[in-house]
Write a protein that binds this ligand. Sequence first.
Ligand SMILES: NC(=O)c1ccc[n+]([C@@H]2O[C@H](COP(=O)([O-])OP(=O)(O)OC[C@H]3O[C@@H](n4cnc5c(N)ncnc54)[C@H](O)[C@@H]3O)[C@@H](O)[C@H]2O)c1
Length: 344
Amino acid sequence: MKILVTGAAGFIGYHLCEKLISLGHEVVGLDNINDYYDVDLKYARLNELGIIRDSISFNNLVDSTIHGLQMQFVQMNLQDEMELPKIFADHKFDIVCNLAAQAGVRYSIEKPMKYVESNIVGFVNLLECIRNFKVKKLIYASSSSVYGMNVKVPFSTDDNVDHPISMYAATKKSNELMAHTYSHLFGIETIGLRFFTVYGPWGRPDMAIYLFADAISKGNPIKVFNNGKMSRDFTYIDDIVNGIQFFLAKTPNENSLNSSNVNYKIFNIGNGNPQSLTDFISAIEFNFSLKSKKDFLSIQDGDVPHTWADISQLEGLGYNSTTGITEGIQKFAAWYKRYHHENN
Ligand SMILES: NC(=O)c1ccc[n+]([C@@H]2O[C@H](COP(=O)([O-])OP(=O)(O)OC[C@H]3O[C@@H](n4cnc5c(N)ncnc54)[C@H](O)[C@@H]3O)[C@@H](O)[C@H]2O)c1
């Protein structure tokens, strides 16, 4: 299949490109390579795909030096309504996987317009291209953050998600609503995947595991919010990517949210096994053979104390996450040490 992966220089998008190439698909990656976090890490991920930094410029398609025409990349803003249709005109995509977004809960409180630009305007622009160029299927990243302050656990796709507590969550919920509209009006199959705290090699520097590893290895204190009374359904990157791949070929006859729209689907992808933050920190300490210094702080605005994915819907379809934190953190730590050793 020919697949457009947006957010290809990002954490999950990069891993998805690697997976799709290994399966023999043709991939066009798109990313604006914004500086929300260290761009060197984004270029390093692209380099792994054979996309060389010096060859990249805005709105120009480049071929992979490793995979040739099987992996191409374009630096582009999703919200650029003049340029985005050109990519669709030049390629007949079977599927679009939208992983590009302005991520991060806390940053969305400081810079809400960044979220409106990428996650709202960019998403509608993408939907319009999918509609106009008759792409049959859209798989897009939603988030566990849509569950907001819900207290009933585990979080189920049947639960009410009308109470987001950050702009990030509000934009992700908006994506689901807009996907519903386009599925209904134009018969596009849309699959929204609510990811739960993803971690692993090539991960994001603004996320807890990376922040903790960085601080612990440098002897700096780590910030432990809500005085450590937090738990997360940490999900290893391979389980997320395998989950996306599961939906590429499949059209599961499973419709969530009791919608009458058969083309519209929402699923959780989580581990289904939440871990306390303190256990998570201990596992990182173990892998770095160092003890952390902890600054205990109150919970941050926009953040929730607990997440836990109800994964019964996916299990029912035959998909399971298989990586626990012992194995997952060990793989992250091995990558972190190698990457920082090579880049220092
Ligand atoms: N990592 C997680 O734990 C997690 C959890 C839930 C949901 N998600 C969602 O999964 C997706 C991928 O997340 P990630 O962790 O890989 O984040 P990431 O920030 O590493 O990747 C997103 C990429 O999108 C690009 N991008 C942002 N705005 C863009 C725009 N307007 N046009 C083009 N490119 C743009 C960025 O440059 C970045 O490389 C996002 O939609 C995110 O909201 C991630």
